[in-house]
Design a protein around this ligand. Structure first.
Ligand code: ADP
Ligand code: MG
Length: 343
């Protein structure tokens, strides 16, 4: 196991800056979720750590040692990609054993380690099957077993679950977390699915246009996103812009929100309460309830306010007394206000 660090990492392809001065530490034994929209540089960052991409500037350190002169196969890294790229004519066990053969691990050590890795991903019973006889989730597990059987110091996972359907993906998320805890390998997990990153990671980082714009524990980044991009990208947020005035923020409808000095107020849909009667708090807005959306136990309300849509989510029962078309009050608690800098 080892900490991974990247320092001032920069990579340009023609006019595109795939990585723009990225400095970041991936904690030893931790599960780091790397998030960002398509094209933000996530894969390039993983490939630079693995050694497939040579950075224009900056460096990669694994376990405190710079690795620019260490070849890909000597970096002790396990990788899993979106397309698992299993060898189709080899059995599950042979696929997993391949990396050990390349490293000339002798029998019976090799067989024992393959069996251990397959047990870990709960595929021991399917060792003799070929990849085409497996489900998508099972193939994903083979890819995981293959990545960890060589006992790498670092595990790089590039959107490994994105080819699976939703139900299977959620199941594999739980599985992935269990496996990572059991083996304790420093793991960097790339996803464009923010919920997946929040579920799995003990640290997250957000890339945008090759730049690292935010990182930290998921709860901290979610609760205090700092900038509008992060607030929108990580969960949902209603963004209300205003004009700072004294110690408050003057919103478009004239409401003065005390205690805010940054130009954007972000409110999570789940932090809003709706009522027909006037709340006592000054933290309130008058809006028209445009649409109630029923989705089982939870519901969503869309409200019109100053030409923008505000979204509120809650238990369906909370919205039972409100009718579409009605004027309602939106309220929230002071500690739910997120103040953001402008773009
Ligand atoms: P992500 O994984 O976040 O979707 P990538 O790291 O794949 O993003 O790509 C980041 C940017 O670098 C994109 O603009 C992409 O088109 C560009 N890029 C990545 N790899 C190459 C390459 N081998 N040649 C040219 N451009 C590339
Ligand atoms: Mg990618």
């Amino acid at each position: 196991m080892a900490e991974v660090r990247v320092e001032a990492l920069t990579k340009t392809y023609g006019a595109a800056k795939a990585l723009d001065d990225v400095t970041l530490a991936f904690p030893d034994g931790g599960f780091f979720g790397l998030l960002g929209p398509s094209g933000s540089g996530k894969t390039t960052l993983l490939r630079a750590i693995a050694g497939f991409v040579t950075p224009d500037r900056g460096r990669v350190l694994i376990g405190g040692q710079p690795v620019e002169n260490v070849a890909v196969e000597d970096r002790e890294i396990g990788m899993v990609f979106q397309s698992y790229a299993l060898f189709p004519n080899m059995t599950v066990a042979e696929n997993v054993a391949f990396g050990l053969e390349v490293r000339r691990v002798p029998q019976p050590d090799r067989a024992r380690r393959v069996a251990e890795a397959l047990d870990l991903v709960q595929l021991g019973a399917l060792a003799a099957r070929k990849p085409h006889q497996l489900s998508g989730g099972q193939r994903q597990r083979v890819a995981m077993a293959r990545a960890i059987v060589t006992r790498p110091r670092v595990l790089l996972l590039d959107e490994p679950l994105s080819a699976l359907d939703k139900a299977l993906r959620v199941e594999m998320q739980v599985e992935l977390k269990r496996i990572q805890r059991e083996v304790g390998i420093t793991t960097i997990f790339v996803t464009h699915d923010q919920e997946e990153a929040l579920v799995l990671s003990d640290h997250i980082g957000i890339l945008k246009d090759g730049r690292l714009i935010r990182h930290g524990p998921p709860r901290q980044v979610y609760n205090d996103p700092q900038d509008a991009f992060t607030a929108r990208f990580l969960g949902e947020a209603n963004l209300l812009s205003g004009t700072p005035e004294g110690q408050g923020l003057r919103l478009a409808d004239g409401t003065l929100i005390p205690g805010l000095t940054r130009p954007i107020l972000a409110l999570r849909p789940e932090h809003l309460t709706l009522s027909a009667t006037t709340p006592e708090t000054p933290l309130r807005l008058r809006a028209r309830l445009r649409q109630k959306i029923f989705a089982g136990a939870m519901g969503t309300c869309l409200l019109d306010w100053q030409g923008q849509t505000i979204k509120a989510t809650g238990r369906d029962a909370d919205f039972a007394a409100l009718d579409e078309g009605q004027e309602v009050w939106i309220g929230w608690a002071p500690d739910r206000m997120i103040a953001l800098a402008g773009d």
